[in-house]
Design a protein around this ligand. Structure first.
Ligand code: 8YV
Length: 323
């Protein structure tokens, strides 16, 4: 029997996984072609495609779905599916999978790293040494310590809870907000209380950490009012999605001192980062690397591949997205 045709939109650094994918499927690697040629590459094979392999930041829109008449399954090598048109897939009963769980620890580690880096001004301190300011005796102001401070988590799923578990041993209080309270008796519920609104969460927090999915209800949820509530000593940390933040409002709040600092791994229009965010001294910026470790990218890729294989073997999907 011939191998199913798969449209592959993104490479994975997990070479062993890509080798398995190549061996088991007839792969059409869109990402290997320059953007100007990708449409004709897709046109040439669209009528045969039974599966799509993509990642969260690239997604899959309704127009592309409509071009693939035999599409049966979409495997997303990411946990976030905000750029996948789930309604268009549901309308055709096309299955979707993602990679929950396997990236939780690394993403939570990055949130901790960003929080510490912003709080202790790591980039500025590094630059201070390299510039020779230390040897020149340039004066430094002390940073604030973490103990007794409050971290607010906007979004308290797997990743939010893993972040809270890292902050509590540092002597920090944790509070969360999401529309639905987590189940009483679950691991996080005994140590992290729930605020009644995002605004209340921001007002109570020294650090506001974003770990919520991007969807209509969270789009630009972090606006000027929330940033002002977080305050002049407050720090915003985003390891979720850029769409949660009104970036123009963030730049304004950082520039005029209504917000203390921001540490960001994700942006509204990746890979484009607004110039003012790069120019401000009170930002720490990383290029969407929450899950970018050897181990996690391997686990994500393997789970994505295992879902694809399960589909074509007629077995239950391991991690289906509910449509
Ligand atoms: C990216 C992520 O998908 O899983 C997610 O939702 O945002 C990341 O893991 C990763 O950059 C893959 O390209």
């Amino acid at each position: 029997m011939s191998k199913p045709d798969v449209l592959v939109f993104a490479n994975s650094p997990a070479h062993a996984v890509m080798a398995q994918l190549e061996a088991q499927f007839n792969c059409h690697h869109v990402w290997q072609h320059p953007p100007a040629q990708q449409n004709s590459v897709i046109d040439a094979v669209a009528a045969r495609i039974r599966a799509v392999w993509t990642v969260g930041p690239i997604g899959l829109d309704a127009g592309m779905i409509a071009r693939l008449p035999l599409l049966e399954v979409v495997v997303v090598n990411s946990v976030g599916v905000d750029r996948i048109d789930l309604a268009a897939l549901a309308a055709r009963s096309i299955a979707v999978t993602n990679t929950p769980g396997v990236l939780t620890d690394d993403v939570a580690d990055l949130a901790l790293l960003l929080l510490l880096a912003a709080q202790r001004r790591l980039p500025a301190m590094d630059a201070y040494v390299r510039r020779g300011d230390w040897a020149d005796g340039v004066r430094l102001q002390p940073a604030h310590g973490l103990r007794g401070k409050t971290a607010g988590l906007f979004g308290f799923g797997r990743i939010g809870q893993a972040i809270a578990a890292r902050l509590q041993p540092l002597g920090m209080q944790t509070v969360y907000y999401q529309p639905r309270a987590i189940e009483a008796g679950s691991a996080g519920s005994s140590t992290t209380t729930r605020a009644d609104s995002l605004l209340e969460l921001a007002a109570r927090s020294d650090y506001l950490i974003l770990a919520a999915p991007a969807k209509a209800a969270t789009l630009h949820a972090i606006d000027a009012e929330v940033l002002t509530a977080l305050g002049p000593q407050g720090v915003l940390i985003n390891i979720a999605r850029g769409a949660l933040v009104d970036e123009a409002a963030l730049v304004a709040a950082l520039a005029d001192g209504r917000l203390g600092a921001a540490a960001l791994d994700v942006f509204e229009d990746e890979p484009h980062v607004p110039g003012p965010l790069c120019a401000l001294p009170n930002t720490v910026l990383t290029p969407h690397i929450g899950s970018l470790t050897v181990e996690t990218r391997h686990a994500m890729g393997q789970l994505t591949l295992d879902n694809l294989c399960a589909h074509f073997a007629g077995q239950p999907l391991l991690t289906p997205v509910q449509l």
